[in-house]
Write a protein that binds this ligand. Structure first.
Ligand SMILES: Nc1ncnc2c1ncn2[C@@H]1O[C@H](COP(=O)(O)OP(=O)(O)OP(=O)(O)O)[C@@H](O)[C@H]1O
Ligand SMILES: [Mg+2]
Length: 292
């Protein structure tokens, strides 16, 4: 375990000479089907349209939905990088507005099985792309399985998506509780999705904070709402992000506003500010799990 950090120490030193923080954001929810992948893809494209250099990591092991939403057919994924057949740059696909997509799906599962040297290799692969990146968005799977939780823990910022269904709220609460009680995380961003009005989004947020304020020591901040919009559904069918094909739809405007807000978050310069730390942590957490 310590060896990983020894090997990564050199890379970290390099970073210290030329520090450039990459914002690493997890998009999570607890409940499935609340709009995580659509939010990830559209925020990615909207940030890219604003001139940011953005990559989107598809960390949903079961269903590689990012590819589908963008109409991409990746031939290779992270598993090929891990096997040494491809570089990270080889597997990245180009999405709209220059968004870079990292098809990870099956590769992610194998990270915990790597030898120390392979781990250092993958960390290096990520550290190389971080020089050309401002934001990494991590689209996670639904549920509160350890692999989902590990992704969230490895990111600097966590967005929890909720919609107006009792199960969405209870699952979001359970998820926040788990991250707080078991892993000490205390700051969460909330996005409400498929809302009928701005007020409904705000009310949902208030409902959630009432419970978290009462039972947990966490701080939730409201990033904003995305309305229910038929144009978003149409965009899914067309396999194009709504911000690209229906840029004036209600959903697209809301999503672009969310991207502006996210871009205004202060960048945390800390021991988690760079991409290799993200990958290190993913490996570290999954190795610990195997041992446990
Ligand atoms: N704002 C919206 N307006 C209308 N429909 C929406 C909106 N957001 C999401 N949807 C619908 O919900 C479906 C599920 O969205 P998405 O796949 O992004 O959810 P998810 O949380 O990533 O799901 P999973 O948990 O399975 O990964 C989409 O196909 C779309 O039809
Ligand atoms: Mg999804």
């Amino acid at each position: 375990m310590h060896k990983i950090f020894d090997q990564a120490a050199g890379i970290r030193k390099m970073r210290q000479i030329n520090p450039k923080p990459v914002r690493v954001i997890a998009v999570t929810s607890g409940k499935g089907g609340v709009g995580k992948t659509n939010l990830s893809v559209n925020l990615g494209v909207a940030l890219a349209q604003m001139g940011k250099r953005v990559a989107l990591l598809d960390a949903d092991m079961g269903l590689a939905n990012v590819d589908i939403l963008l109409g991409l057919s990746p031939e290779f994924n992270l598993s090929h990088v891990l096997a040494g057949d491809k570089t990270l740059n080889d597997i990245m696909l180009n999405g709209p507005a220059g968004l870079r997509v990292i098809p990870a799906s099956s590769g992610i599962q194998q990270m915990s099985e790597l030898s120390t040297i392979e781990q250092a290799g993958i960390i290096r692969a990520f550290s190389e792309i971080d020089q050309n990146l401002d934001v990494l968005i991590v689209d996670t799977a639904a549920g509160i399985s350890s692999s989902v939780v590990n992704f969230a823990r490895a990111c600097q910022e966590i967005i929890v998506v909720v919609c107006d269904e009792p199960t969405s709220l209870t699952d979001a609460y359970a998820y926040i509780k788990l991250l707080n009680r078991d892993y000490g995380l205390s700051k969460f961003h909330i996005v409400t999705n498929m809302v009928q009005s701005v007020q409904q989004g705000q009310q949902l947020f208030t409902k959630l904070t009432k419970v978290t304020d009462r039972y947990l020591d966490v701080s939730l901040s409201y990033t904003g709402a995305v309305p229910f919009d038929e144009y978003l559904r149409k965009s899914v069918q067309k396999q194009k992000p709504v911000v690209e094909i229906f840029p004036r739809s209600k959903a697209a405007i809301a999503l672009k506003n969310l991207a502006l807000k996210i871009d205004s978050w202060p960048i945390k310069i800390q021991a988690g500010g760079y991409l290799e730390f993200f990958v290190e942590r993913i490996i570290q957490y999954s190795v610990h799990e195997d041992v446990a």
